[in-house]
Design a protein around this ligand. Structure first.
Ligand code: GLU
Length: 432
């Protein structure tokens, strides 16, 4: 089983989508089922509706899952297993108050050392816990030996017991911590390989430690993906433009182009432009770079345009929400637009009622009258142009600028002779 485990706490980040794509590809390659687990246990951070939004986005990207699980469904297992560790003396009840712990954290910060639990409650027992139900959290005891594992991307990794620490697995209110819920769920779902962002690297020894203490002997493999950085080389924050998948979709980037771009990042691929289905044929974790990747919107634009060019006219029209017959016209505008939003901005003025002729008001009027008098327009642009020049006496800029504005609604754009065949009928309506 492979899994993607998003938290429904905000917009889906491109880093998470990359994780989802890679897990999906690996599931297909290994012929293992794919699980989507919504990590909703941190109830204070959950944002209403984000789970559904994430699932919709996965669907738009063609990421199909075999199972859907809400982490909260496993709550009774989390609680049961935390008490099992407590009973077996592998965990202890911790009565330290949040204020006390915060003071210790502050002190560590002031002294410039990493915060670790003081160990104050480490000798407390189950008997003491039973006398004060609801008053304690449960901490797992830190391991006695280093926790090591072989990461599929980063190689051999080892964490000292000091760094794993005696950490909380179940809060006083009965809610599991992220590390505990995640470790248990991966075990219960029989996950074989976890691919996730490098920001989780220090969680991995904790999760391995939990399962070892529970006596789970199957080793889960890990691959930690390097982070996606922004142009300044900093971790891409959630609020940054381009970091939110929703934002990219709203801007008119195609799911297939975003997927292509994310799979290209820090990877060696046989071609630059490909589909998700093609990537399933050749994707290999071994080709991923260990160095962080840099997000480059210009590159994404280039890839988006390449995918837009692959669309037939009808498909393009459907994406833009215009008449099927207008798709071929839209395709010409791909010369100068890279997203659906930009394409729309070019196409809409053509079909808008008004024409802003600016300083060419007079010339525009002459052209209007001449065109209106022409009856059916000639098939060739050259012929049309010749007849129109003769009728109006206009030349050069005085001719071409107002003609372009009449035809397209904009002062700039692709060559008029390319547009003309698609606009013949329309021009006559405009001049009425
Ligand atoms: N909910 C975690 C996240 O979104 C999942 C991490 C994991 O894959 O274990 O970062």
């Amino acid at each position: 089983m492979l899994r993607f485990a998003p938290s429904p706490t905000g917009d889906l980040h491109i880093g998470n989508l990359r994780v989802a794509l890679i897990n999906y590809i690996l599931a297909k390659q290994r012929r293992e089922p794919f699980l989507v687990r919504i990590e909703d246990t941190d109830t204070q951070r959950n944002v209403e509706g984000k789970d559904r939004e994430i699932l919709e986005i996965l669907q738009r990207f063609g990421i199909e899952y075999d199972q859907l699980l809400y982490q909260s469904q496993n709550l009774h297992f989390h609680q049961q297993l935390a008490f099992k560790l407590l009973q077996e003396g592998k965990a202890f009840p911790c009565f330290c108050t949040p204020e006390e712990l915060e003071r210790e954290r502050q002190r560590a910060k002031e002294e410039g050392r990493p915060y670790r639990y003081s160990g104050k409650c480490a000798q407390r027992s189950l008997a003491q816990a039973s006398r004060h139900p609801g008053k304690f959290s449960i901490r797992i005891k830190k391991p006695e030996a280093p926790i090591t594992f072989q990461d599929r991307i980063k190689g051999f990794i080892s964490f000292d017991p000091f760094d794993v620490d005696s950490f909380v697995i179940l809060r006083a209110d009965g809610r599991p911590t992220y590390n505990f819920a995640c470790a248990i769920d991966d075990m219960l779902s029989d996950v074989s390989l976890v691919v996730r962002g490098e920001d989780h690297l220090s969680n991995t020894p904790k999760q391995i430690h939990i399962r070892q203490e529970l006596g789970y002997s199957k080793a889960i493999e890990y691959a930690h993906l390097p982070m996606i950085l922004n142009q300044e080389g900093k971790k891409m924050s959630k609020r940054e433009q381009g970091a939110s998948v929703r934002w990219l979709l709203e801007e008119g980037y195609l799911p297939e182009a975003i997927a292509n771009y994310l799979l290209l990042l820090g990877n060696k691929t046989p071609t630059e432009i490909f589909t998700l289905q093609e990537a399933i044929q050749w994707f290999d974790l071994a080709n991923l770079s260990r160095a962080p990747a840099r997000f480059d919107l210009e590159k994404l634009r280039f890839i988006n345009r390449a995918h837009l060019r692959r669309k037939g006219p009808q498909e393009l029209a459907a994406l833009l929400g215009i008449e099927p017959a207008q798709g071929a016209l839209a395709a010409i505008y791909l010369e100068e637009a890279s997203t659906l939003k930009e394409l729309r901005a070019k196409i809409e003025p053509i079909f808008a009622k008004d024409r802003d002729l600016g300083e060419f008001e007079r010339e525009g009027e002459l052209l209007r009258q001449a065109i209106a008098g022409m009856g059916e327009l000639p098939a060739e642009f050259e012929v049309f142009k010749g007849q129109l020049m003769e009728a109006t006496g206009l030349r050069g800029k005085q001719f071409f600028k107002p003609l372009r504005i009449l035809m397209t609604g904009l002062a700039h754009g692709p060559e008029l002779h390319l547009l003309y065949p698609h606009l013949r009928d329309h021009i006559q309506k405009v001049v009425q």
